[in-house]
Design a protein. Structure first.
Length: 508
């Protein structure tokens, strides 16, 4: 697979370009993203589905600009897919041929099931969810996939789209109340075709409508973390807010904290969204910042892996380790501090008593502990915190991202960064657990940095932690003396100190 891959997604409402750069076999990151509201299907649904000149012109100019960007970034592989507006249009194939002739760009029109499958490929690999139904409401269709035990069980495409609904019902010369009633009947008729087994308590929202609504919910609840991917909310808690959007006038939308660029179709989209959530029995929504584009990319990346990342491979972790290379790249050195931390965490369960529930977050933090030093060794723990907060996206819950990032930030004498803890306390472990995790993380770093693959073991008795080492831990001793502890206890280091004879100083 080429180092840089460009993906173009032509939807009914928007066209998007993303460019990914591979950093290793499973590591990749986004280096470019562009979007244009082409509305290629504008006016089509009332004219037999035929693409109209106004939308075609916008699409051509957008694709032309995308190709200039792709050339600038030197992406060697370009994959372009188009969804409902083109597959519904009798002149869609003619548009594809014309674009290929004029721009040299090959467009592949995919059906609704393929669209749903691509979204599901992205979700099952890049979100922390194993049982869910994905919902991607576009301009012309709503594409859904049933995921169970991390596998795609079934897909289905409904002719329910924001632009379709708007043009069929709300752009007509009738009252909005009447149009809303007709649209709801149309939605229910479409949903009656959905197979009975499409039921799940968790819905995963893909696409502009779901993301716009999630951003509104985040603002409404004053959510402390500015990260959309994997944001989760309870449907019943916010049902009144969502219902109010569907009944709002155009001018009234400003009170809902929604993006202005979405005002034209968000009421129609919310109408579809709520109907689908109720039909499938959803109780919670998880938001996805990935979808068709990522699915198209992963189809190629994971073609020899059954479209699934291998166990224990996380693309965000892999990409960070690839890009923020540190002075220690030997695998045994990386594992040394994780072994130390695991032994400590296991031993101190008599005091911690958390059933080792945060073991994976502790391990992730230790894997990433040196990423800040790539920028500078000064305040490297602060740099590591900001890097992790921005770059830990795929496969993590928000709680996991915060805990890992905060452990990276807490490296030092004090175990708790009080301002950050105050901001995110509701999303973090209890304070006592956090102090223990920070202590183990920091002590493991101190011991690792002061030794060279030393065999380090621990014992704990009578409120005393004994650290045994077959090498000197001289440099660690001073740091450990000043390290804050979660509870009062002593630390005794039993190491090998060998001072050779020095006759020149008369010390024999």
């Amino acid at each position: 697979m080429a180092k840089r891959t460009a993906i173009i997604d032509i939807g009914s409402n928007s066209a998007r370009l993303v460019i990914y750069e591979k950093t290793s076999r499973y590591g990749f990151h986004l280096i470019c993203e562009q979007k244009s509201k082409v509305r290629i299907g504008e006016g089509a649904y009332e004219k037999g589905g035929y693409l109209q000149p106004v939308g075609v012109r916008r699409a051509f100019l957008t694709l032309q600009s995308f190709l200039h960007t792709i050339e600038k970034y030197q992406a060697r592989t370009v994959r372009c897919v188009a969804t409902s507006a083109l597959r519904d249009a009798p002149n869609g194939d003619a548009f594809v041929r014309w674009i290929h002739k004029e721009l040299g760009l090959a467009i592949r029109i995919i059906d609704g099931n393929a669209e749903a499958a691509y979204g599901a490929i992205a979700v099952k690999n890049l979100l922390p969810a194993k049982e869910a139904i994905t919902i991607d409401i576009g301009g012309g269709s709503a594409d859904m996939a049933l995921i169970s035990n991390g596998k795609i069980i079934d897909t289905y495409s409904l002719n329910l789209g924001t632009v379709r609904l708007k043009e069929l019902f709300f752009d007509k010369q009738c009252s909005r109340k009447e149009a809303r009633s007709e649209a709801k009947a149309y939605i229910q008729s479409a949903l009656s075709q959905l197979p009975e087994h499409f039921k799940s308590t968790l819905a995963i929202g893909i696409g502009g409508t779901a993301r716009t609504l999630s951003k509104g919910v985040m603002k409404r609840m004053e959510y402390p973390l500015d990260k959309l991917h994997a944001f989760t909310y309870d449907i019943e808690t916010h049902r009144e807010y969502l219902e109010a959007i569907t009944r709002s006038s155009a001018k009234g939308l400003k009170r809902f904290n929604l993006k202005k660029s979405r005002y034209d179709t968000i009421r129609e989209g919310t109408l579809i969204w709520l109907a689908i959530l109720e039909h499938i029995g959803a109780e919670k929504v998880m938001t996805s910042a990935v979808g068709v584009r990522e699915g198209v990319f992963l189809e190629k990346l994971l073609k020899n892996d059954n479209l699934t990342f291998p166990k224990d491979v996380n693309p965000s972790i892999r990409s960070l380790l690839d890009r923020f290379k540190t002075y220690v790249n030997i695998e045994s050195k990386k594992k040394h501090k994780r072994r130390i931390a695991t032994a400590l965490y296991d031993l101190m369960q008599c005091e911690i008593n958390d059933d080792k529930r945060y073991k994976k977050e502790l391990q992730w933090a230790l894997m990433l502990s040196n990423i800040g030093k790539t920028l500078t060794i000064y305040k490297s723990h602060q740099h590591a915190f900001y890097i992790a907060m921005q770059e830990l996206n795929y496969g993590f819950t928000h709680e996991e991202i915060l805990l890992v990032s905060l452990l990276l930030r807490m490296h030092g004498k004090e175990l708790l960064h009080k301002p950050l803890f105050g901001t995110f306390a509701e999303m973090l472990p209890p304070k006592e657990n956090l102090l223990w995790l920070s202590f183990i993380y920091t002590l493991s770093i101190f011991l690792h940095e002061a030794s060279n693959d030393a065999k380090i073991t621990f014992s704990y008795s009578n409120q005393t932690l004994y650290i045994h080492s077959d090498q000197t831990l001289y440099l660690a001793k001073e740091k450990i003396k000043t390290l804050e502890k979660p509870i009062p206890f002593a630390i005794i280091i039993e190491d090998e100190e060998r001072l050779p004879r020095c006759r020149e100083l008369g010390m024999d």
